[in-house]
Design a binder for this molecule. Structure first.
Ligand SMILES: [Zn+2]
Length: 345
């Protein structure tokens, strides 16, 4: 990519109200059968066009064809019972109804590859596709078969690698793995979390991203954030390991968070996808605020390695608010791009 400070969302965008109930997670579909398939594609096309129209340089699917960023992938695997769901505590924080692993897991068919090929037809810009990371997957299900988080994570890493290679073949330029669990389970992350993530990304020519965050703007997350104190130093645990890893880009929260900006120094050399849009607030950032957030990071990351992004997924936001935030992101990156162009080299 030649653009300096390219812009990209992290993952989800709100779905149209005719497709799924707005502003909730795990929102049930409003359509079924062939109409649902067609509706998902219409929403995917519309999300791609909206990102282009708002000036985003990297186009994502906005998760328009999936109910949830983790459980939808898991539900497509063999060995998983997704009808008999169970309520478990996820991310050590909130209860969710999740699928159950009842036998050996495998991927009989591609999960998102057709959707990615469809997205590829909608735009000439680079496209990014997000998959859940292995550790976040095992933290979003009930396991009655392996009874070992590590063993199951390695199984998922192999499956994710199969899916990622086919996404790449379908024309996906950037493959992202979402690992919010890296901000919670530090011992497991050190023992096998980063290793399983690298296994998931093994052999890819596509650019690879790991997204680590403090979650959607839902109450359980804002309550948790209130307990984290004045400085959020969770990234201090993952960044040194990721700096030494094979992953190309690290996606992190910044704007309106209490993450000390100098922690980015710990991933020096990697590309940084910096959250300059708060997904936990309905207030739309001004372009100047976005530019300020990005400018502060430039002490710790070279400009040609900085990607302007949102803090996390936007699924729970009102649609118009999310779209206006996309425009603010583009305009803010534009301000800084112009500034950098004026500085004599
Ligand atoms: Zn996130």
């Amino acid at each position: 990519m030649n653009t300096l400070l390219p812009t990209s969302i992290v993952g989800s965008l709100p779905k149209p109200a005719w497709l799924a109930k707005p502003e909730v997670l795990w929102s049930p579909w409003e359509l079924d059968g062939d109409t649902l398939v067609e509706g998902k594609h219409d929403a995917l096309r519309s999300a791609a066009k909206e990102q282009e129209r708002r000036g985003l340089d990297i186009v994502s699917d906005g998760e328009q064809t999936r109910q949830h960023f983790v459980t939808t992938f898991i539900e497509h695997l063999e060995g998983v019972d997704f009808e008999n769901r169970e309520t478990v505590r996820i991310r050590d924080r909130y209860d969710a109804s999740v699928p159950t692993v009842v036998g050996a897991v495998s991927r009989r068919q591609p999960v998102f590859v057709q959707d990615a090929a469809f997205l590829r037809q909608q735009t000439d810009r680079p496209i990014k596709w997000a998959l859940p990371g292995p550790m976040t997957m095992i933290d979003t299900l009930a396991d009655h078969h392996y009874r070992s988080r590590e063993r199951l994570a390695w199984e998922f890493a192999t499956i994710l690698n199969q899916e990622a290679r086919e996404l790449e073949a379908a024309g996906v330029d950037i493959i992202q793995f979402d690992e919010p669990a890296f901000n919670v389970f530090f011992d497991e992350m050190k023992d096998w979390g980063v290793a399983t993530l690298e296994r998931a990304a093994e052999g890819l020519r596509a650019e690879t991203v790991v997204h680590i965050c403090y979650g959607y703007g839902i109450k359980a997350n804002t309550d948790w954030k209130a307990t984290l104190g004045a400085e959020w130093r969770q990234y201090e645990e993952s960044f040194p390991l990721l700096q030494r890893s094979s992953i190309d880009t690290v996606s992190l929260e910044s704007h309106n968070s209490h993450v000390p900006i100098d922690l980015i120094e710990l991933i020096r050399g990697k590309k940084v996808m910096l959250g300059a849009i708060d997904v936990a607030s309905h207030e739309v950032e001004s372009p100047e605020e976005v530019a300020d957030t990005l400018r502060r990071a430039l002490q710790f990351v070279d400009a040609d390695k900085l990607v302007a992004s949102s803090n996390c997924g936007m699924a729970p936001l009102p649609r118009q608010v999310a779209f206006e935030k996309l425009s603010a992101l583009s305009a803010g990156a534009g301000i800084l791009r112009d500034e950098l162009a004026r500085v004599p080299a």
